[in-house]
Design a protein around this ligand. Structure first.
Ligand SMILES: [Zn+2]
Length: 366
């Protein structure tokens, strides 16, 4: 069987709109990475494997959230980007818990689940009473956490297309696609980026880098929301400018893919893994299939968004971090329930150099 990495889109084939340079040293955000726990999958889901025996191996994926801070006129606005995973499946409706159990075990101590992680870190990067709002990269179980553990006054911002997909928070049948209706009804406001009440300081969708639809939330290029289709409807990434002179960026890459080795090394796709496909039990017997199931709703779109990410990572002043990029937690030594700050110095600290030096296992050809 031919390797599926032939499905990759060449990142150099994409139009690249230069990232607008900063016009002020204040046009930055401060980031804090939160390690909110781990998903332990009962079979391989995050990385490409070729045989049923390999597919049966357990795999662990970290779950990252981010605190995004912005000083405006002497006042600090604090947002969370993604809300982690529930510490107990008792916190989600039975239909969703039943869909999760066969797929994942959770390693989420109560103190690592947002918002509680915020009060267990010292000093707290964002005491919950100081939060301004919540961004959701997409409406999946391992990103929406436990909405009802947050104050209802906090507005929830989601990507365009999410509302139609979530349908007001249907719990069934949808399985993992279900969004608890109690969660959906909880915030005083739920808005899709760009609609009334969810515009920030942005005015219109423009092109930034490889993304055709980018929204400048603070109006100064410091935090740009990016439509990144493929994984599911409404899936978003965000480009955060963390320093000026020189301008450097961290790209919060959400679930564009689920392993570093799917988008790096760059540029040529043949050196990268394909999207991880996994094999439902019904596809046995062993050694016959690399699996037909995938994490992505629209695989062709997902490959295009992966190419977007690869091309952004090729920029020397951009560092991409997936929501489940477990290697980052290992390299930067961010344990479950811990945080990592200092992203404004990622370049001088060599965090991306370490990433590029990392092991790049070659996909096995069958
Ligand atoms: Zn995810």
């Amino acid at each position: 069987m031919a390797s599926r990495n032939t499905a990759h889109v060449d990142p150099l084939s994409l139009v690249f709109t230069p990232i607008p340079p900063s016009t002020s040293s204040r046009a930055v955000v401060k980031l804090t990475l939160l390690n909110c726990g781990e998903l332990i999958s009962s079979r391989v889901m995050f990385r490409q494997r070729q045989t049923m025996a390999e597919m049966a191996e357990q795999e662990t994926a970290v779950v990252f959230s981010w605190v995004v801070e912005k000083e405006i006129a002497g006042e600090v606005k604090r947002y969370l980007w993604d809300l982690g995973v529930v510490s107990s499946l008792d916190k989600v409706p039975k239909q969703i818990a039943d869909a999760v159990r066969p797929r994942f075990a959770l390693n989420v101590p109560a103190a690592a689940q947002p918002p509680f992680i915020l009060s267990h870190l010292s000093p707290s990067p964002a005491p919950v009473e100081t939060l301004t709002g919540l961004f959701l990269s997409h409406a999946h179980f391992d990103h929406y956490g436990c909405m009802t553990d947050f104050p209802s006054r906090l507005p929830l911002y989601v990507g365009p297309g999410t509302k139609t997909w979530v349908k007001g928070g249907d719990e069934a049948p949808g399985g993992l696609k279900g969004f608890p209706s109690a969660f959906w009804r909880h915030p005083v406001f739920v808005g899709e980026i760009g609609e009334e009440g969810a515009k920030g300081k942005g005015k219109e969708w423009t092109s930034v880098g490889t993304y055709e639809k980018a929204w400048d939330w603070f109006g100064d290029g410091s935090f740009t929301l990016l439509q990144a289709p493929g994984h599911c409807p409404g899936h978003m990434c965000a480009l955060a400018r963390v320093s000026t002179s020189p301008d450097t960026y961290v790209l919060l890459a959400a679930d564009t893919c689920h392993s570093r080795y799917i988008y790096t090394p760059f540029p040529h796709p043949s050196h990268r893994h394909a999207i991880a496909h996994f094999a439902p039990v019904s596809e046995g017997p062993a050694e016959t299939t690399p699996g037909s199931a995938t994490m992505h709703g629209d695989v062709a779109e997902a490959y295009r968004s992966i190419a977007r990410l690869t091309r952004m990572e090729m920029e020397e002043n951009v560092m991409c971090v997936l929501a489940h990029e477990t290697e980052v937690a290992q390299e930067l030594r961010v344990g479950v329930g811990e945080m990592k700050q200092g992203w404004e110095r990622w370049k001088e600290n060599g965090w991306k150099i370490e990433k590029e030096r990392g092991v790049h296992p070659q996909p096995k050809m069958v």
